[in-house]
Design a protein around this ligand. Structure first.
Ligand code: IMP
Ligand code: MG
Length: 177
């Protein structure tokens, strides 16, 4: 297996400038509460919120749907919950990737019950070819093909989250450009 870099640090940072601009334009200066899903969403969220120009509250939820390995179980668990009351607030959920959609569908339903004023989703990556749930991300960094991806918050068995670029392990010769 070789390491194929999909998005460099520079590409990621440049794209987040654009996504942050979209988000700033969408909320028009209204305050929001940003909820990164831990653990994968921490890296994108920290780069994103530093570019937001409205008043930003932060809260966090720890979720897991994968257990270990590469295949989503579809069984989403909450390991630590919100501390804030989000009723009547503009809520932006931030995660690393939307894949099958199980995690974000579950989280969207879970947060909706708490009656936010608005509820949107931002993800660094979107793997639309794998979607089984009726849900989409409102603000997306990059679309990716069906590869198992790591780096920039994304893990394999909880490793590689700290790598500042996004890459995949692929067989030599495959996906050469
Ligand atoms: P979903 O519930 O299938 O949409 O997957 C959501 C979660 O699975 C993400 O928040 C990631 O933690 C993880 N995930 C999905 N695809 C990948 C991948 O390609 N690499 C690493 N983690 C992934
Ligand atoms: Mg993960």
């Amino acid at each position: 297996m070789i390491k194929k870099v999909l998005f460099s640090q520079e590409q990621i940072q440049k794209r987040i400038d654009e996504v942050a601009k979209e988000i700033n334009e969408f909320y028009k200066g209204e305050p929001i509460i940003v909820i990164p899903l831990l653990r994968g969403g921490f890296m994108f969220a920290s780069d994103l919120v530093r570019r937001l120009d409205m008043l930003v509250e932060m809260d966090f939820i720890t979720t897991a749907s994968y257990g270990s390995g590469k295949v989503s179980s579809g069984d989403v668990k909450i390991f630590s919950d919100l501390r804030s009351n989000i009723e009547g607030k503009n809520v932006l959920i931030v995660d690393d990737i939307i894949d099958s959609g199980h995690t974000l569908k579950f989280m969207k339903d879970y947060i909706s019950i708490k009656k936010p004023k608005t509820l949107k989703i931002a993800t660094m990556l979107d793997k639309p070819s794998r979607r089984t749930q009726d849900i989409n991300s409102d603000f997306v960094g990059f679309e990716v093909e069906d590869l198992f991806i790591v780096g920039y918050g994304l893990d394999y068995e909880n490793n590689y989250r700290n790598i500042p670029y996004i890459f995949a392990f692929v067989e030599e010769g495959k996906y050469d450009k």
